[in-house]
Write a protein that binds this ligand. Structure first.
Ligand code: ZN
Length: 286
C-alpha cells in the first residue's frame, strides 16, 4: 500500500469541526466529481473552505473527507478520530444507514474520496489504492467488506460515487477485492509425501520362481511342507506385497537351488531372483 500522506487541514467550522467520532462503524466511498484533480488539490479545497471566499457566503459549503485517493497518493485531511463532513444529509438517511450506522452517520464513519482522471474515470490504479486503504482501515477498526458504504447508500439521493452508480458491478468488485485482502493469509500445509507403490516383480521372474517352487512338489517331502510351498507360490504369483515370511521361505528354497548349482552364472541368477523377492516383500536386499 502507498504511504498515507498527512496533510491535516486546520480545525474550522466548515470542514474540520474538531468533534470526536463516536466510533468507526463504516467507511463511505465518494467520488470527487472534479475531472483530473489530484488528491492533494481535493484536500486543499476542503482546507480552503475556512477562507472568506466560502465563509463569507450567505450559504457557505460544509464539506470534507478523511482521505482523498488518486493514482499515486493517499492523502489524509482529518485524523480518523474526528468527524468529517462527507455524508451529512438535510433530506434524511436510508433505512439501512439509520439502523446500522446512526441518525447522523458523519459521527461514526470515515469518508474516502476517489479522484477522477481527466476523462472523469476512476482509474484502476486509484481503485486499487482505495482497495488497499479501505482494507487497511477495515483491519484497524475491525470492520468487514459489509461495512463499506457508498455515499448514495447512506443518504439515498446523492449521485455519488457516480461511476459506481452507472456501473454497480464496480462497487461489488471493490467489496470483493477488499474482502480478499482481509482473509488471513494461509500457507497450504505441505503435501504428505506420496508413498511409492509397492514393488512388483517382473512376470518372467515370477514364472521362474514359481516354476522352481513347483519342481519341489515332486520331491519326497512332508505334506505340510508341500502346503507351505503352495502358499508361498501363491504369494509370489502376485509379485507384490509378498508377506515377509513367505518371501523368506521362498528364498530358503532358492538357496537350496543355489547350493545345487556350481557355476557362477546360475548362482548369480539365484541371487538376483532372491533380491527380486526381497524387493516385493519390502525386505533389504543382499
Ligand atoms: Zn460523496
Amino acid at each position: 500500500m502507498l504511504p498515507i500522506t498527512n496533510a491535516l487541514i486546520p480545525v474550522n467550522r466548515y470542514s474540520r469541526p474538531g468533534t470526536k467520532l463516536k466510533s468507526v462503524k463504516g467507511i463511505v466511498m465518494h467520488y470527487t466529481a472534479s475531472n483530473g484533480a489530484p488528491a492533494k488539490n481535493i484536500v486543499s479545497y476542503f482546507g480552503n473552505l475556512r477562507l472568506p471566499a466560502n465563509a463569507s457566503k450567505a450559504k457557505p459549503t460544509f464539506a470534507s473527507a478523511h482521505y482523498s485517493v488518486d493514482d499515486i497518493s493517499i492523502v489524509r485531511a482529518l485524523p480518523d478520530n474526528e468527524v468529517a463532513y462527507h455524508t451529512g444529509s438535510s433530506q434524511g438517511y436510508t433505512k439501512d444507514a439509520l439502523s446500522r450506522l446512526s441518525t447522523y452517520p458523519n459521527n461514526c464513519t470515515l469518508g474516502v474520496e476517489m479522484c477522477l482522471d481527466k476523462n472523469g474515470k476512476i482509474t484502476e490504479k486509484t481503485f486499487q489504492n482505495c482497495v488497499d486503504l479501505v482494507a487497511y482501515l477495515c483491519k484497524q477498526y475491525k470492520l468487514t467488506e459489509k461495512d463499506i458504504w457508498t455515499h448514495i447508500g447512506v443518504v439515498g439521493w446523492k449521485q455519488c460515487p457516480l461511476p459506481w452508480i452507472q456501473k454497480p458491478s464496480e462497487f461489488t468488485r471493490f467489496k470483493q477485492e477488499v474482502s480478499n485482502k482481509l482473509k488471513p493469509v494461509t500457507t497450504p500445509p505441505p503435501k504428505p509425501p506420496v508413498p511409492a507403490p509397492p514393488y512388483k516383480m517382473g512376470e518372467k521372474d515370477i514364472e521362474k520362481v514359481t516354476r522352481f517352487l513347483s519342481a519341489l512338489w515332486f520331491i519326497p517331502i512332508a505334506t505340510t511342507t508341500k502346503n507351505d510351498i503352495h502358499k508361498v507360490a501363491e504369494s509370489i504369483r502376485k509379485g507384490q506385497n509378498v508377506p515377509k515370511e513367505h518371501a523368506e521361505k521362498a528364498i530358503l528354497f532358492l538357496s537350496a537351488g543355489w547350493k545345487f548349482v556350481d557355476n557362477a552364472t546360475d548362482r548369480k541368477e539365484f541371487n538376483r531372483l532372491a533380491n527380486e523377492i526381497r524387493k516385493a516383500a519390502d525386505l533389504p536386499q543382499e
